[in-house]
Structure formats: structure tokens, C-alpha cells
Design a protein around this ligand. Sequence first.
Ligand code: SAM
Ligand code: SF4
Length: 462
Amino acid sequence: MVSSEYIERLLEEDRYTTSGELAPILKEAEALRGLSLEQVALLLKTEDPALLQKIQDCAKGIKQKVFGNRIVLFAPLYLSNYCINACLYCGFKSSNEELPRRALTTEEAVQEAHALVAMGFKRVLLVAGEDKKYGLDYLIKIVRAIYKETGMRIIHVNAAPMEIAELKKLKAAGVGVYQVFQETYHQPTYKTMHPAGPKKNYNYRLAAMDRAVEAGFADMGIGTLLGLYDYRFDLLSTIAHSQSLLKKYGTHAHTISIPRLRPASGTDGDKETLSKYSVSDAEMKKIVAIYRLSVPTAGIVVTTREPEALRRELLHAGASQLSAASRTNPGGYNKADALTEDTQDKTLEQFTTCDQRSVTEVMVAIIKEGGLPSLCTTCYRTGRVGEHFTRLTSSGEMHKFCQANALLSLKEYTIDNPPNGKAELFNEAIKKTFDSIEDKEIKDKVIQKLNALNKGEKDLYL
Ligand code: SAM
Ligand code: SF4
């Protein structure tokens, strides 16, 4: 990875990017080859609203070229809020005595997954604090049970960095994407934010993705927690990290997440430290668009940490994945009706979510914005991962599969979870996508599979 000094130098020159400088960068981005860090720095220095709009429009076009208009939906499943770390910003930190601790049993985790499957989800992200008792063996038992006992089709994991031998076991259990966020690449800030526990070790965390590749993972998820340090430094560093993965292993980061700091219980004492670098909504749009231009093949993930209106706008800036109806407290889905009233459960949360709409409501909003909600999990199950995925996406070939599979997954959703009063809207979106398929061979296969879904078959894809 390039040095922090180099990234700081790129940000040093205090001036605005001109329209003449921007035009060739946008042209190069449209070729889906990504951008150099020097070009990214010029994007970051763009302030003119008209030029920012051009960046956003370019990002929207790139997202369309790579993935079509599909927006992937997923849900997090919080397993345990026990944690031995002391991250200043997180409600799960060990020193937070206000937080009642809870770790789901395997049976409870399976019940949570059942609840998500009943809501229509096919992909889940397991999330946990770091604790020896609830470490790898705990996680693997749950992964296996969820696959065996529920209809969940792919499981991703966001948990503490692990050793290669541990990651091999996680991979063997069938985990798709392995996520570890660096939080901040600015080492002095990292040190302040992580005063105790294993997470203190910056370099061990930074090498988490290299160990994952060594262990056989093809899809890596990275990101920073926006609001800890200057977002421009962290954005450049995240892109540099992804570029170094590409150089070493032939694949960019599979996903880049953009979590923005939210209020969390037990963090009041650190309010001042945590509010220095807050990121505005306008900056969030710029961040998403720049990631899309620089790493066109990555899934850009927006969670329910963000408000509904901004999530809608980010769809037009290049975002490609949304979580929906999320609970950040272990056991939260089996108390779905108690989301706002149950203050007891709220105290178990990692942070407070912002967008609390149901899955169908989020889908309706996506369709109204011209997108197509997708519950597809095909790539992980057909080997379109890692280098293969990077090749298909950067050549613009992938969107054909994405559109067709999004359509099939949405059709299956409407059969299993008839969207109350919204059937017409969903059917129109499916028809419009079907009509837009140009490839005759793909269209014929989609017709066959739509007929089979109507006859009761499940889980059909190309
Ligand atoms: N414990 C593991 C770790 O820290 O890597 C994984 C799970 S942690 C619950 C997942 C992510 O939540 C963290 O990497 C961090 O970026 C994010 N997070 C923590 N506190 C947050 C807060 N107050 N607001 C928003 N996101 C937060
Ligand atoms: Fe623990 Fe992760 Fe929260 Fe840090 S961010 S306190 S490691 S759960």
C-alpha cells in the first residue's frame, strides 16, 4: 500500500479542480478501468456544484453499465454484543456498563435467520463483537445451522480479524464475503480510537484481507467508519487498499462500505473527540460517487445508519447495495413489532439506526427511483467471484446477468411475499426489465424460469 505521507501530499495543495481538469477524468472513469490516486484527489478537490453534479451523473452511468439498475438488498444479523475492545465510538465496547450483554444461542440465531427469510431476505451479514467465548467455533456452528435449517442462500461475515487457519474454517463453512473495516487508515487517530484490546493493533487489522485471500476467500469487504478522521484521507486510503488487493491478487475489494458514525450508548464521554470530523449528507453523495468512479466493480454498501431521503439520493450517485429493516441488537428480528416501543431492546443496540422502513417499503422506494430491488445470490453460488467477478464487471458483461437475476429474484419475492397493495408496481418493474433485455438467449431463459417460478419452483437464476 502507498504511504500516508504520499496521501497527505496529494491533499496538500489547496485549490479547486477546474472543469478542464475534470473532463478527462470522467472520460477515463467511463472506460471502467478505475482511476489513479492523483485523479481521485482532483475529484475530492471539486467544489463547484455543477461539476459535482457531473461527477454524480457519471457515477450513476457507471453503476448502470456495470450492474444495470439492480440494487441488492441484505440484512445484518447481530449475534453477540460481548466485546473485549474499547473502540471509543461503539456501544459494544467493553467499558460500556450501560449495555446489557447478550449472545444468541445457535437456536436463537437460526430463529433470527428464519425471521429474515420470512421477510424475503436471501443474504445475511452475520455481525459480532470480539470475544474469545463467542469466537470462531461459535460463529461456524451458527453458519452451518443457518444453511442447514433455513432458506438463507448466502452468509457473509463482519467480525474481528482472524488467523489464516481460522479463516480457512470460516471459508469451508460456506461464508461468501469476509468484511473487516479498517475504521480509519490515519494511524494517530486509529490509536486514539482504539485504546485497548486486540483491535489496538493497526497492522494486524490492515493485513486481515491478505490473510483472507491466503485462506481461500475470493471476495473481501473493506471500508472506513466515516467521521473518525478527514474523510478525504480515508477515502484515498481505502481506494489505495483496494488497488493493492488488485495488484496482488487480481481482484479489487468486492464491497466498499460507507458506515457513518451514529450515536451509540456509552459514548457520551467521547462526544467531543467523535464530533471533530463529522461528514455531511452532501459529502456522503460525493464519497459514494468517487468510490464508484475509482473502483467501478465494487458493491457500494449503504446501511440503515443513513436516513431514508439520503439513501434515495445515494441510489443516483452509484450506490449498489442497501440493507433494510435492520436491527443492531442480538435477537431484534423476533421482536420486530417492538422496534420503536421496546426500550429494553434498544439498549442492546450497537448504534441507533435511522431508516426503519420495512423491506417492501424500501423496495417500493427503489422502484420509484427507477431501480430494481434484487435478492440475487447467484455470483457466490456459481463461482462468479474474485478475479472472475472483477473481469466480468469491468468488461461490462455482468449487468446482463444482474438484470435477469434481479428480475427472477424479485418475481420469487412477489410470489412468496405478495406486496400488499403494491403488486401492480412490482409487476410493472418486472415487465419493464424483461422488455429491456436485448440478448435473445438470455430472454428465452428468463421466460422459461419465470414460467417455472409461477409453477412453484424456487431459487432460479442464470
Ligand atoms: N467487532 C467487529 C469489528 O469491530 O470489526 C465487527 C463488528 S462491528 C459491530 C461492525 C462495524 O460497525 C465496525 O467495523 C464499525 O465500522 C461500525 N460501527 C461501530 N460503532 C459504530 C457507530 N457508533 N456508528 C456507526 N457504525 C459503527
Ligand atoms: Fe467491539 Fe467491533 Fe464495537 Fe469495536 S466496533 S467495540 S471491536 S463490536
